[in-house]
Design a protein around this ligand. Structure first.
Ligand SMILES: [Zn+2]
Length: 404
């Protein structure tokens, strides 16, 4: 067998072992063998190398009821690697440092308006967010094994190029290489909904679920798809543009140039624009005269502003129709709703569920659980960090540094 194939098999075996330890937090060698289908001998050899490299450690656990007998479990060394995740949104940016177990060591969240700002401004901003998160974690850049960046828009993970983003309009931008060259640290860039999906798969609602979908409601509407345990990226990595699925033919003009996209009804951009119209026509009397933010619209609707409640209900209905399409096509075990839109609560999600129930093929409906977990903006940065952790786990002997 060519050595490239042997290397690949070894890398897959290592990944599966690390992944099984991550999934169970502490696990015996024989349980790893059962979980991965590898022989005890292979597990013993590979885990010995991992212990030597400081990736994992042996943990003695007393077995209750069997006096004098201890079980030796293997656990991840959280300090084996630290990674930084950065997420940019239209009016907010965040960064986080996570350890090898995916625990957050620091979080930085900043409010700023990125709309229409040049790529140089954005690249500089990312630099500062990375440095701030590393400082906050009490670490140095030398301690960082990788950087992950999540941005809304059409991103090619393989080439590290952002082809289009609603937050800047500059054609194709090799954002990954700019950051990688600046810090000389391995850097990855991915669509933000995909990074959030990885975070759910590794550390959240998607843990142990092989088929699920994440819908993010932010400035636009994003989607990440996990099928058979793998992120589905499509032919060039552009899959999941849920926000640009047509829901109202000949509807409003979307930022993508087409008409009637879901993003013209659901999401911060659509809801803020509609709220602006209501305010200009005297149908919503605001307390403030500053620019309208998504948060203000959500809060006013929750406080009972009737005209705003109606636009959230319409959004919820369209979202529900969209979800029923997804359930009928993908038959997912879970759909996880995330992003700032989660704060709208039942004003939007009651009509969403109603539409899902009405439009989904009933045999499929009962198989999909829709969950709306609590959300905070720093989840995005953790998602971007998960992107790096996934890559580190895939090649533990090649890319992780420092090796303790
Ligand atoms: Zn569109």
């Amino acid at each position: 067998m060519p050595s490239a194939n042997l290397d690949l098999i070894r890398a897959i075996n290592q990944f599966n072992i690390l992944n099984s330890i991550r999934a169970r937090k502490a696990v015996s060698r024989s349980e790893i063998a059962d979980m991965t289908g590898q022989s005890r001998a292979s597990v013993t050899t590979i885990t010995a190398q991992m212990i030597d490299k400081g990736l994992i450690f042996e943990k003695n656990v007393e077995v209750t009821g069997e006096r004098g007998r201890n079980r030796v479990l293997l656990a991840l060394n959280p300090d084996a690697a630290f990674v930084v995740g950065v997420k940019l949104a239209a009016t907010k940016a965040s960064s986080a440092v996570c350890d090898m177990q995916g625990e957050t060591r620091s979080t930085v969240v900043k409010n700023d308006n990125f709309m229409g700002k040049g790529v140089d401004f954005i690249a500089q901003y990312i630099d500062e967010l990375i440095i701030a998160a590393v400082d906050e974690a009490g670490l140095k850049l030398d301690n960082i094994s990788g950087i992950g960046i999540g941005v809304p828009g059409v991103v090619d993970f393989q080439t590290g190029t952002c082809h289009w983003s609603p937050i800047y309009d500059a054609g194709s931008v090799p954002l990954r290489d700019r950051i990688q060259n600046r810090f000389n640290i391995k850097t990855y860039i991915e669509n933000d909904a995909n990074t959030l999906t990885l975070a759910h798969q590794w550390f959240g609602e998607g843990r142990g679920v092989d088929n699920f979908i994440v819908i993010s409601i932010e400035y636009g509407v994003g989607m990440g798809i996990i099928t058979n345990g793998q992120l589905y990226r499509g032919v060039r990595g552009f899959a999941g543009e849920m926000g640009h699925v047509p829901v109202t033919p000949d509807g409003e003009l979307c930022i993508c140039g087409k008409r009637g996209c879901l993003a013209t009804v659901v999401g911060g951009m659509a809801l803020v624009n509609k709220a602006k119209c209501l305010s200009e026509n005297g149908l919503w009397v605001r307390q403030s005269c500053s620019d309208i933010e998504f948060e203000e619209v959500i809060n006013a609707a929750k406080q009972g502003e009737k005209s705003l409640i109606e636009i959230f209900q319409a959004a919820g209905h369209c979202l529900g129709v969209g979800l029923s399409v997804l359930i009928n096509i993908f038959n997912p075990e879970k759909i996880i709703i995330s992003g700032q839109g989660v704060d709208a609560g039942e004003i939007m999600f009651a009509p969403m569920r109603e539409a899902v129930n009405k439009h989904t093929f009933s045999d499929l409906l009962s198989l999909t659980k829709i969950v709306i977990p609590e959300w905070q903006h720093s989840d995005w940065a953790k998602g971007a960090a998960s992107l790096v952790l996934q890559e580190l786990y895939k090649s533990p002997f090649n890319t992780i540094r420092p090796l303790i």
